[in-house]
Ligand binder design. Structure first.
Ligand code: PHE
Length: 340
C-alpha cells in the first residue's frame, strides 16, 4: 500500500489530482484510515506493532504529499508565467487620437485674437426668450425682420415667456447690457439655429458676436477693431476691408463688412484683388437697445458686430460645403489637416 500510494503521489500532475489521492488514503473513508480502524479487533501487542507501522506509513505519505504539493505549486507557477508572458518587442497597435473640431479650433483662434484686444467671452443659452432674441433688439412682434430668421419656436417657459432657439448671438448683447455697467467689451461665440438647409445653410450653425460700449466709442473704433481682427484671422497683412451701408433693427447706422478677394475661374482667393466678399454684419448699437436695457443712451454708445463662424472658417480653409462640418467624416477632417 505504501509503495503504491507513494507512486500515485509522485505521478499526480496537478494539485486537484494530488488532493484526490490524499482523500483516497487519509480521508474519512481512506485506505489508511480504514486500516487504523481495523486495529480495534487486534490484541494489545499486535495493535502496538501494527500501530507503529501504520503511523510510519502515514508520516511518510504525509511528507510525500507535502513534497509533491510544493513541486506542483512551482510547476503551476512556471506554467502560468509562460502562458501570460507579454512580448514587449511586439509593435504597438495603432491608436486613434481625438482632435478639436474645426469649428472649435476656429472659435479658439478668434477668441485668442479678440482677447489680445481686451475682449472677454460672454455666454447665453441656446433656448432664448423671444424678448431677448427679438423684442429687446428693437424687433417688435410684427417686424418683417422676424420672417428673415426662419425661427424655431418653442413652447413658452413655465412663467409664460415666449421662447425660441436663438436665431443669432445678438441676445447675448441684451444679457450683457442688462447685467453689466459700461465700459463693456465682450465677444460671444456660440450655437445658433435657423430652419434652413442647403449648401450654405444648416439648421444649426455658429456665430460670434462682439459688443463694445463706452462713453466715446465711435465708428472709427468699429472699423479699426474689425480690420485688425480680419488681418490677424486670415493672416493677410494687407487684406482690405470695406463697410457697406446696410440695415439691422438693433444698429444705426448699420454696415455689412466685406473683405477683398478674387474669384477667377470659380476659384476664390482672399487678398487685395478688387472683388469683395461679405463676412459680417455690424453697426453702432441702436439707442433703443441701450434704453431697453436701462442704459443711458445720451451718455453711452458703442458698436456691435456678428459673423458666421462656419462661413469664415470655410473661407480661411477653402472648404466648399458648409454641411461637411457636421458629417464627422474622418476623410474630410484628414483632407483639411484637422486630423493626422
Ligand atoms: N445678428 C445679426 C445677424 O445674425 C448680425 C449682427 C450682429 C449685425 C451685430 C449687427 C450687429 O445677421
Amino acid at each position: 500500500l505504501k509503495a503504491e500510494t507513494l507512486a500515485t503521489i509522485a505521478s499526480a500532475t496537478d494539485s486537484a489530482a494530488l488532493e484526490e489521492v490524499r482523500v483516497a488514503v487519509m480521508g474519512k473513508k481512506g485506505s489508511i484510515t480504514a486500516l487504523m480502524g481495523d486495529m480495534r479487533n487486534l490484541s494489545p501487542d499486535e495493535r502496538k506493532a501494527r500501530g507503529a507501522t501504520l503511523n510510519a506509513v502515514k508520516t511518510a505519505v504525509e511528507a510525500a504529499i507535502e513534497g509533491r504539493r510544493a513541486e506542483l505549486k512551482s510547476i503551476e507557477l512556471e506554467r502560468r508565467l509562460a502562458s501570460e508572458r507579454i512580448d514587449v518587442t511586439l509593435a504597438p497597435r495603432p491608436e486613434t487620437q481625438g482632435r478639436i473640431h474645426p469649428i472649435s479650433q476656429t472659435v479658439d483662434e478668434m477668441v485668442a485674437i479678440f482677447a489680445a484686444m481686451g475682449f472677454t467671452v460672454a455666454e447665453g443659452p441656446d433656448i432664448e426668450t423671444d424678448f431677448n432674441n427679438f423684442t429687446a433688439l428693437n424687433i417688435p412682434p410684427e417686424h418683417p425682420a422676424r420672417q428673415m430668421h426662419d425661427t424655431f419656436y418653442l413652447p413658452p417657459s413655465p412663467e409664460g415667456a415666449a421662447r425660441v432657439l436663438r436665431t443669432h448671438t445678438s441676445p447675448v448683447q441684451i444679457r450683457t447690457l442688462l447685467k453689466n455697467k459700461p465700459p463693456i467689451r465682450i465677444i460671444a461665440p456660440g450655437r445658433t439655429y435657423r430652419s434652413d438647409y442647403d449648401q450654405t445653410h444648416t439648421p444649426v450653425f455658429h456665430q460670434i458676436e462682439g459688443l463694445v460700449i463706452g462713453e466715446d466709442i465711435h465708428m472709427g473704433h468699429l472699423k479699426g477693431c474689425i480690420l485688425e481682427f480680419c488681418r490677424a484671422f486670415f493672416q493677410i497683412d494687407d487684406l482690405p476691408i470695406r463697410f457697406r451701408p446696410s440695415f439691422f433693427p438693433f444698429t444705426e447706422p448699420s454696415a455689412e463688412v466685406d473683405i477683398g478677394c478674387s474669384r477667377k475661374g470659380g476659384e476664390l482667393k482672399l487678398g487685395n484683388h478688387g472683388d469683395w466678399l461679405e463676412i459680417m454684419g455690424s453697426g453702432m448699437v441702436h439707442p433703443k437697445v441701450l434704453e431697453n436695457c436701462g442704459i443711458d443712451s445720451t451718455k453711452y454708445q458703442g458698436f456691435a458686430f456678428g459673423m458666421g463662424i462656419e462661413r469664415v472658417a470655410m473661407l480661411k480653409y477653402g472648404i466648399p460645403d458648409l454641411r461637411s462640418f457636421f458629417d464627422a467624416d474622418l476623410r474630410w477632417l484628414r483632407h483639411y489637416g484637422f486630423v493626422p
